[in-house]
Design a protein around this ligand. Structure first.
Ligand SMILES: NC(=O)c1ccc[n+]([C@@H]2O[C@H](COP(=O)([O-])OP(=O)(O)OC[C@H]3O[C@@H](n4cnc5c(N)ncnc54)[C@H](O)[C@@H]3O)[C@@H](O)[C@H]2O)c1
Length: 421
């Protein structure tokens, strides 16, 4: 392994494009090494918040780092692109109705940065992308700037690479520096330059490959998780039918030295695991049978949970449900692709007679998809549980794990995370 030492002066200025959950911490970590970073975002509110030293989302411990690099002038944010030595693109890569990737944000970012590109510049795509996207972005840049080249040997060459991000929201302060990174250039020099850039702040192993393999590596990691969670979720349905406690079953099976079953839950959410496997399915639909089935198993779990709630409320007059948690996982405020949010929304929309008390300690207010529903209110944990016929635990936030369980006496409890066993 090549040691992570590099001459940070090789990067006089870095532009990080897209200042969300991934781009902003990346920008701040690079800036913390004394490299001037300008963050670019189309969202003026995010830009203003960052320039005031305030993180526009919830990430434990990150506020201090951001405030420090903004105050010392190493990091600033703006909406206009700049002339930089390296660009790191961290814009969203959502999927369309048919589950194929929508690259419109990458296209827009490329169009904004192309006029500023100069020979020798490095462009790294960090956004999670299907195989071939980095090459497609590079070709698009050359279409926009035919005076530049993608050939390492040319004087007017630019260098393009992919370096996927695998940090866990909530643990970014630890993982941004300490997670191994896969880095794949379109050309050997692109790989090398990208390695030099990430070596400025990443202390873990930098694993070098080509761009397409790097793209596929990220998708593979998340598909591995998705398939394994689907196995646990399928077990939870089987166990329910057979009258077996799935949590005890998994605990027992995991005593086998080569078995490590993951935990079931209300479904799979977030911007990564619930999305990335679709990019493999749409790239190779004939072959990706297991990955596709796993997606369907995990996507089917919310409806199963809804059916459990409705069954538990059968015959109840003026039924009240306390729904605990709407984030996609524990101890964060990220609601993207959240199965818990989906469950609460569908329960509310399809059952106007239900009085649903929603508890989510990590958000100030309910998102509009929920706050627009008249049968739904946001409440404190104790208040919601006291009023409820059914307590539906959807997310294992620490507040719920540490709950005084005597509050649940006399309630019907549906615990999708197995925390109150
Ligand atoms: N959040 C995660 O945990 C995570 C982990 C690994 C990888 N990723 C991947 O990283 C990428 C970014 O994800 P995120 O979670 O940071 O998204 P995000 O939605 O939090 O942030 C994206 C930012 O990009 C900005 N943006 C959109 N178009 C732009 C443009 N043309 N120019 C400049 N800014 C633009 C948005 O305003 C937003 O602030 C995605 O591909 C995602 O799959 C995310």
């Amino acid at each position: 392994m090549v040691p992570n030492t590099t001459d940070s002066r090789a990067f006089g200025k870095v532009s990080v494009v897209g200042l969300g959950y991934i781009g902003l911490p990346t920008a701040a970590f690079i800036a913390s090494k004394g490299i001037p970073v300008v963050g670019i975002d189309v969202n003026q509110d995010a830009v203003d918040s960052i320039n005031a030293g305030t993180v526009p989302f919830f990430e434990p411990g990150f506020g201090e780092l951001l405030a420090r690099v903004v105050e010392d002038g190493t990091l600033s944010a703006q909406t206009e692109q700049i002339d930089a030595d390296a660009y790191i693109v961290c814009v969203p890569t959502p999927f369309r109705e048919d589950h194929s990737v929508d690259i419109k944000y990458i296209r827009a970012a490329s169009e904004a940065l192309a006029p500023y590109l100069k020979p020798g510049a490095l462009v790294v795509l960090e956004s999670t992308s299907p195989p071939g996207t980095t090459e497609d972005m590079a070709k698009h840049l050359i279409e926009l700037r035919p005076d530049l080249s993608l050939n390492d040997e040319d004087e007017n060459a630019i260098f393009v690479a992919h370096c996927p991000e695998r940090v866990l929201p909530g643990k970014i302060m630890e993982e941004m520096e300490n997670n191994d990174r896969v880095i794949g250039g379109l050309t050997p020099k692109g790989t090398q330059l990208a390695r030099d850039l990430y070596a400025t702040f990443c202390t873990a192993d930098l694993l070098l490959t080509n761009a397409t393999t790097a793209e596929m590596a990220k998708l593979t990691e998340n598909s591995f998780r998705d398939v394994n969670i689907a196995f646990a979720n399928e077990l939870s349905l089987i166990c329910d039918r057979l009258g077996i406690d799935v949590w005890e079953l998994i605990e027992l099976a995991n005593h086998h030295p080569r078995v490590n079953i993951l935990q079931p839950g209300p479904g799979v959410g977030g911007h990564c695991i619930a999305v990335d496997p679709w990019f493999i399915v749409s790239a190779a639909p004939e072959e990706a049978k297991l990955i596709h089935t796993a997606r369907n198993v995990n996507n089917g779990k919310p409806q199963w949970v809804i059916d459990q709630v409705l069954k538990a409320l059968e015959g109840k007059e003026n039924p009240v449900v306390a729904a605990l948690g709407i984030a996609f996982k524990n101890d964060i405020d990220d609601l993207r692709e959240s199965p818990s949010l989906e469950i609460v929304k569908r329960l509310g929309v399809d059952n106007p007679q239900l009085d649903i008390r929603v508890v989510e300690p990590n958000v100030e207010a309910l998102p509009p998809v929920l706050s627009n529903l008249s049968n739904l209110t946001k409440q404190d944990t104790e208040e919601a549980i006291a009023a409820a016929d059914v307590v539906l635990l959807l997310v294992n936030h620490r507040q719920f794990v540490g709950l005084d369980q005597s509050l649940l006496d006399g309630k019907t409890v549906i615990d999708t995370k197995g925390i109150w066993r």
